[in-house]
Ligand binder design. Structure first.
Ligand code: CU
Length: 265
């Protein structure tokens, strides 16, 4: 094949990739949390840096095959060892990757190594095959005792209603409400296998591991209705773990929902 044809194919590859990146026909779902902005901008930075390298490398490859391989049967000259070129490529790659890694560490630390504010709303999330259970502490702010022995089909998390702090607790299945602007701390558990609590719009994704209570916190900031998913293939009906997150715009609406759920149980 003539080098010119290969160069033309490479050009199409470059233009198509650039189009996908600039026009963003497939991109992230709408952002609805405070910390998500730093994740998205880091993602874009990595994509821009690797995109520039991609265009330079593919562009040079296209240029050389078109310029020196028109008839398709030329022989390339071969040589061994070019310490200068190797040093330049190695050091520049190492510097770029190290900078990107440190940028990533900073974002990670700002999300995972910072404690949730004291006034954060705490919600206990329990994954099971195949649903998400949400446990709110109710007006007293204290969670009631749970006991695996008390789990029944009507009591998914084994909440002991005879425990005083449990009296006003609220448990919902597949339905979670939070309040815009108020930090939320979720305590994630699993009853059976490994699940992954995923809030795509909030850029939150955390594994639910049996025997562990893993906490993550975030601040929702865009009222609306969003999706909750399980991001770990956890069994045949994994897809059914889809749930619904509502970010309420006011304390009144949030309280109204809590009261309605309390009345239902
Ligand atoms: Cu799951």
């Amino acid at each position: 094949m003539s080098g010119v044809v290969l160069a033309a194919l490479l050009l199409i590859l470059i233009v198509a990739s650039l189009y996908l990146f600039v026009a963003k026909p497939y991109w992230f779902p709408v952002l609805a949390s405070v910390h998500g902005g730093s994740i998205d901008s880091l993602f874009s930075t990595v994509l821009v840096v690797s995109g520039i390298v991609f265009i330079i490398v593919q562009g040079m490859l296209g240029f050389f095959v078109a310029r020196y391989g028109q008839s398709g049967n030329e022989r390339a000259s071969y040589w061994h060892d070019n310490p200068k070129a190797e040093a330049i490529l190695l050091i520049s790659t190492a510097v770029i990757l190290t900078i990107l890694v440190f940028m990533g560490q900073r974002v990670w630390a700002s999300i995972y190594f910072v404690d949730a504010p004291a006034d954060a709303l705490v919600i206990q999330v329990t994954g099971e095959q195949f649903s998400w259970n949400f446990h709110y502490p109710g007006p007293d702010g204290a969670f009631g005792r749970t006991d695996p022995k008390m789990i029944t089909s009507a009591n998914n998390i084994g909440l002991d209603r005879s425990d005083p702090p449990a009296k006003d607790d609220i448990v919902t299945v597949g339905e979670m409400h939070v309040l815009a602007g108020r930090p939320v701390k979720v305590r994630i558990r699993s009853k059976d296998v490994i699940h992954s609590f995923f809030l795509p719009n909030l850029r939150v994704k955390q594994d639910a591991v049996p025997g562990m209570a893993i906490e993550v916190w975030f601040t929702p900031n865009r009222p609306g209705a969003y999706e909750i998913a399980c991001a770990e293939l956890c069994g045949l009906a994994h897809y059914r773990m889809r749930g619904f997150l509502t970010i309420d715009d006011s304390q009144e609406n949030f309280n109204k929902w809590l009261q309605q759920k309390a009345a239902e149980q």
